[in-house]
Design a protein around this ligand. Sequence first.
Ligand code: HGY
Ligand code: MN
Ligand code: MN
Length: 414
Amino acid sequence: MKTTPEVNAARLLKSVADFAAIGATPAGGVNRQALSVEDRAARRLLVERALARGFTVFQDEVANLFIRREGRDAALAPLLIGSHLDSQPTGGRFDGALGTLTAFEALEALADAGIETDRAIEVVAFTNEEGSRFSPGCMGSMAFAGVANVTDWHSVAATDGARFSDELAATLNDLPEAEISPIGHTISAFVELHIEQGPILEREGVPIGIVTAVQGTKWLEVAFSGEAAHAGTTPLEFRKDPMAAAAAAIVRIQGDIMPSDPDARLTVGRIAAEPGSINVIPGRVSFTVDIRHPDATILAAIERRVRDECQAAGERLGCKTVIEQRVDMPPGRFSPHVAQAIEDGCAAQGIACRPMISGAFHDALFVNRIAPSAMIFVPCRNGVSHNEAEFVTDDHIMIGARALLGAVVKLSCE
Ligand code: HGY
Ligand code: MN
Ligand code: MN
């Protein structure tokens, strides 16, 4: 029996390529949105791989998918590792999938080495981390952490019109091999590997980031309602134009908030006009605002400012303004103990690493509410993500998988 497990490069890189083919887009990315046919295909492939290795599989009521390898002492809470398999509509091949597949590779490496860990290890693919098809994001990890109930979202409509409850049922039923267990079982700790989705590691030439904290996120949906009217016959003074209100509000919030605070992030990612006809002044215009900041107080102040600017623009242009908060994720600090295990695992393998804060939210942010958690970042080319051009080198995939395996051994073989 070998004492040190080894990542199998060929197997891992083929696994990454196999999953990248599920929902592959012509531009080299993936469209594998939460609870879609493509998401279900990826889950099925993972389950087939797991059963072939003799691991057990189960899912919970929000379709978080778990793969378990037993440890010596069944009384010990399992170590949880993993990430998500769902993607953005024009997502990259690595966002979420890399964390899930390197976690599965860790199980296979331990099995290959015949190592019996003290505690069981479970790999998880959390449901709907992205929040693109169904809002909010991190549904699976929020429900797992008890921060929300899956019943809260049953009537949520997808961007393509599907109902969350229907798509959830179809996903659960698509894997009869994975018994449905109660949500939120006890775990000892959680480690999530993910691409950085930013430029720091690549710019510094450091292969591993140890994520010690995640900045806060708020999502708003702003809707202006005015009066649909004829584009050719309606003079300015008769117009109640929600597009003009949206344009005025967006210019104000984009023009000032990020330029005045280098740590602030504000994104208007989606805008829709109804009825959306070229020669009709819209009756209603809605748009999304994604706000991020490491400081909770400043994040709240930015939200306040966005709300005020939108209300003022609506009043100026004779429109009714409705603003709904879709996501409110306070900043979170990870477990120093788990971060140390990652660092010790890197040191033992001579892998350079540096602490950092995550600009993106992740499932670990919520799991951290109920169990000590931390993350491992690997560099991605030009820091680009949520883009079909997202890319990670084979070297960085391997180094990341080794860093994860090192942390797994430390956290499962006390
Ligand atoms: O938006 C986020 O931070 C995550 O990548 N879904
Ligand atoms: Mn992700
Ligand atoms: Mn993402």
